[in-house]
Write a protein that binds this ligand. Sequence first.
Ligand SMILES: [Zn+2]
Length: 327
Amino acid sequence: MLKWLDIIRIANNGNPSPEKRVEKTNEEWQLILTPEQFRVTRLKGTERPHSSDMCSYFEPGKYACICCNTELFDAGEKFESGTGWPSFTQPIKENVVAYHKDSTFGMVRIEALCNICDAHLGHVFQDGPTPSGLRYCMNAVSLRKIVVNESKITFGGGCFWCTEAIFQQLKGVVKVESGYSGGEISNPSYREVCSGMTGHAEVIEVTFNPAEISFEDLLRIHLATHNPTTIDAQGADKGSQYRSVIFYRNDKEKDAAMKVIEELQASYNAMIVTQLEMFEHFYKAEAYHQNYYNNNSDQTYCQAIINPKLKKFKDLFKENLKEQVTL
Ligand SMILES: [Zn+2]
């Protein structure tokens, strides 16, 4: 993740090499851009604030360079800055945005450009939200919104540190977030959920591309990688917050989940007790729970508890793994 010091270092020492370059003359750009797109991207213009509804759009998807169509930002990194320009905390990859010192208007700012075609995008500031602390203040007219085919599924199978680590490795999985669902109170804290009194389960919310992995396959992997036959417990973890649960968003998902459970029951001696609950809210857990395994893989818990689970999972579901997975 890039932080402010990285941006300064890059602006001083040079930008990372892009994977490809797109170069055209201004005359050629004018043929494919509107006058406003040309003014902003090729002549370093700035659009009026609040001139695009892109600012208030937070649906899943990606944002590509209007000139060369390279994907620059993910909707997951977009936030409401209140400035009237679409704002992001991080580019999709470190080498898609280039940074230059911009001394116009009597101040030194960091200009952000498309690293592939040099389109002017906007500026980067150091007053963004944690963890990166960056605010990519972009011209909406420099970006093209790409709506992608993404679905969400939410389920619990014990400690979310373990379930998150497993689902992050799957092909077709775009994002995994740890959190709480199924309980009574809003915005619960980890401490409250641990008390077992909130009704919330520790869950993960998986954003996936149904063209690459199906809802049913995600459920099969979910059931195969925890113990769905113990009520309110996973190994040493006991309490309703550790219940085996699948949250469905409609009747079609409920039916699909029931079918998968029925199909897998044959391979268990004990009854599958996974609960099917209607999805209401997902409350994202505190930042230190996100990406827990990858950030803490040298800790005893990860080595003793998560590593064996991951190994079992990777043996079982080799075909479903993302490429170049390292442990
Ligand atoms: Zn570009």
